[in-house]
Design a binder for this molecule. Structure first.
Ligand code: ZN
Length: 175
């Protein structure tokens, strides 16, 4: 295990390589970065080891010794060394975290946060259309234009929603 140098001089040197991002609250590393985009700091005793800057932050400022555990970013910003944005995790946590974030990136429809309709609206639109209600009439009901409704009905957008769509499906992603 690495022995960290937490001397005041070293701490001062550490913070001299950082810059606060006021928008996100992240304290970003401005010093050297390693291959994967993480900050690197010669923070081992006697300048013997170059270690991950966020791990140094966790040990020296977060007061937690990660030992064999991972130090994970809750803010997803690899350059961040704000101890409040760091947490300890296992390799399994890290994988779960990646899977969860990947799922979020793949989320479609109402889960993407900018959608005007929810899945049940789309089901209803498709149901109305199958009963002979025209796209123009559906557009009026949903306070939108016919082109938009046509794109939905033809599957150009919201194609993941079919007439027998089950809203629960979207939560049921498999890895
Ligand atoms: Zn951060």
């Amino acid at each position: 295990m690495t022995v960290y140098d937490a001397s005041p001089e070293n701490q001062k040197r550490f913070w001299s390589y950082t810059k606060k991002n006021e928008a996100t609250g992240c304290i970003e590393w401005t010093g050297r970065t390693g291959g994967k985009g993480y900050g690197m700091f010669w923070g081992g005793v006697n300048n013997k080891y170059e270690i991950f800057a966020h791990r140094y932050a966790m040990v020296v400022f977060g007061g937690k010794d990660p030992d064999h555990m991972l130090v994970m970013h809750t803010c997803d910003n690899r350059l961040c060394v704000n101890p409040e944005h760091l947490r300890l995790g296992t390799n399994r946590d890290n994988i779960n975290d990646k899977v969860r974030k990947n799922r979020q990136a793949r989320n479609v429809g109402s889960q993407n946060g900018t959608a005007r309709y929810c899945e049940t609206d789309i089901v209803e639109m498709k149901r109305l259309h199958s009963q002979g209600v025209t796209a123009t009439e559906i557009a009026k009901r949903y306070n939108t234009n016919t082109t938009h409704i046509c794109r939905i009905l033809s599957g150009k957008i919201w194609s993941h929603v079919t007439a027998d769509y089950n809203v629960m499906q979207s939560w049921d992603w498999v890895i």
